[in-house]
Ligand binder design. Structure first.
Ligand code: MN
Ligand code: MN
Length: 507
């Protein structure tokens, strides 16, 4: 089969190579001239696969890196939750000439090359597109990232008092090491729908004058039993209760007067009652800001790099895209950390629906489902999600030949999954080759990676859900240290490399 395929390849237009081939044996008989050898021999330099530190990359200046990361840090501080990310992204999209596909298009509108549109689903998922010169049914080029991050969610009936203190019950969201989230300042972000149907957004703990919250831990002096337990057993989910108050209501005869005092404050400030918590989404996130890290300021320490460190460059890439060959799409999904579920996750029909609308609005003839199927079959996506950077303080977690490294640019992950590639999204060699060539041609620093050593664990991204639609997908993202901790670390050079890589793919 393979040979037959080769025969089918493009026929040589020029017969000249045959003449060249006939000449070759003549040359080989005699000793070849020295300079000729030097010209054709492959140098060791070219034979060996090498990675480059992104700071050595000639196509990225320190000024560009710094400028881009300044914008990224400011965005991180404004967008700590998926709703906040969508809100900020929409603002930027509108400022860059994108229009709401559902609100701003007239009845018989059609879309033309260069037109910019976006759609928001349930305030938690945003998709943006710049219409290409080719019709959508010929395929799109997409970058997909997620905008939810591990955190600690407040339960629907959260408030209780104990030993003259008041707490919120919580249920953590995503894969966390529970102990990392104790004894740090936490901010409360979220949305509450009140009994009358009105909705309020809350953010407490971000402004300098704001109070913060925390979850407590046992002092070492009394932690003898705790220290002897396995890490997975020493910290209980039901013990992750957030301390929110300790002052009693002045009425000494009142029942639960510490809790009552908090309810009175919440009612005064936000007009809510205890039942309103039931229709709320409140998230505890680290209260600290994104900060430069290291004497050389080469890194950024922050909450929620996973996956804003890919989502933000992906967003910037689509905002900078003008008139692409193929329609460029940026998909920023919710719920990745809990399996990409629900109608705002990557498993939903949201992307298909969006692409169907783009097909309908760009086709010359009548819309049929075949257009969407053709669009999906021919589309390509970079799944933009973080990768686990090798941490030299924890030996043995990675195969060093196939590890992601901080500062070596974009991490290309051909396959994800765990234990025998189970549950993997495995990109085809041809698509990996296409991206590798694209990055090399555009001097994008990159390296090939695997998510940890064999049988050490593993993970997935939105890649598999998108691949199920027929799309060619490859995971390409930023290496992160301390992933899923409250304070994740990335290299500034990698952040900028991500922007450049995503841009050259979709532009
Ligand atoms: Mn992620
Ligand atoms: Mn994650």
């Amino acid at each position: 089969m393979a040979e037959e395929k080769r025969k089918r390849g493009r026929p040589r237009k020029n017969p000249e190579p045959v003449v060249e081939a006939a000449e070759k044996p003549v040359r080989r008989r005699g000793r070849p001239p020295k300079n000729r050898v030097q010209e054709t021999a492959i140098t060791p330099e070219k034979l060996v696969y090498k990675t480059e530190n992104a700071w050595d990359n000639k196509s990225m200046s320190e000024r560009q890196i710094e400028k881009f990361c300044k914008g990224y840090k400011a965005f991180l501080d404004k967008a700590k939750t998926e709703r906040e990310f969508v809100r900020e992204a929409e603002e930027l999209a509108i400022a860059n000439g994108f229009i709401d596909l559902d609100k701003s298009l007239s009845e018989n509108a059609s879309l033309n090359p260069g037109d910019k549109v976006y759609r928001i689903v349930k305030k938690k998922l945003i998709m943006l597109a710049v219409i290409g010169k080719k019709p959508c049914e010929e395929g799109t080029k997409m970058v997909g990232a997620h905008i939810d991050a591990p955190r600690v969610d407040i339960k629907q009936n959260p408030l209780y008092e104990s030993t003259d203190m008041v707490f919120f019950k919580t249920h953590y969201y995503g894969g966390i090491k529970k102990y990392q989230w104790l004894t740090i300042p936490l901010a409360l972000h979220g949305t509450i729908m009140k009994a009358d149907g009105s909705v309020i957004d809350i953010s407490i703990g971000e402004d300098p004058g704001d109070p913060v919250f925390t979850m407590t831990d046992l002092l070492p002096h009394l932690a003898k039993d705790q220290m002897e337990k396995k890490l997975s057993e020493a910290f209980k989910g039901e013990a992750m209760n957030v301390l929110v108050g300790s002052r009693p209501d002045p009425d000494k005869n009142a029942k639960d007067r510490f809790k009552l005092n908090i309810l009175k404050i919440l009612n005064e400030k936000y007009g809510i009652t205890e039942e309103d918590f039931i229709s709320s989404e409140l998230e505890m996130v680290p209260a600290f800001k994104a900060q430069d890290l290291g004497f050389d300021r080469s890194m950024i320490g922050a909450y929620g790099h996973d996956d804003r460190v890919c989502a933000y460059p992906a967003l910037m890439a689509i905002l900078d895209t003008k008139k692409p060959e193929y329609t460029a799409v940026c998909v920023l999904t919710d719920k990745e950390e809990i399996g990409s579920v629900g109608n705002t996750g990557a498993q939903s029909r949201a992307l298909e629906n969006f692409l169907a609308d783009l097909c309908a609005l760009t086709t010359q003839g009548d819309y049929s489902d075949r257009l969407l199927r053709s669009c999906l079959d021919r589309s390509k996506m970079l799944s933009a999600d973080v990768n686990a950077a090798l941490d030299p303080n924890f030996e043995g977690t990675h195969d060093k030949l196939n590890a992601a490294y901080l500062g070596k640019g974009l991490a290309i992950l051909k396959f994800s999954g765990s234990r025998g590639k189970s549950g993997a999204s495995d990109a085809h060699a041809e698509f990996v080759g296409e991206i590798r060539r694209l990055f090399n041609e555009n001097q994008i620093p990159w390296h090939t990676t695997e998510l940890g050593a064999v049988d050490k664990g593993g993970g997935g991204t939105i890649a598999m859900m998108i691949a199920n639609l027929g799309v060619d997908v490859l995971d390409v993202g930023v290496p992160v240290l301390s992933m899923h901790s409250p304070f994740e670390v990335v290299s500034k050079a990698d952040v900028y490399a991500a922007y450049k890589g995503y841009y050259v793919f979709i532009k």
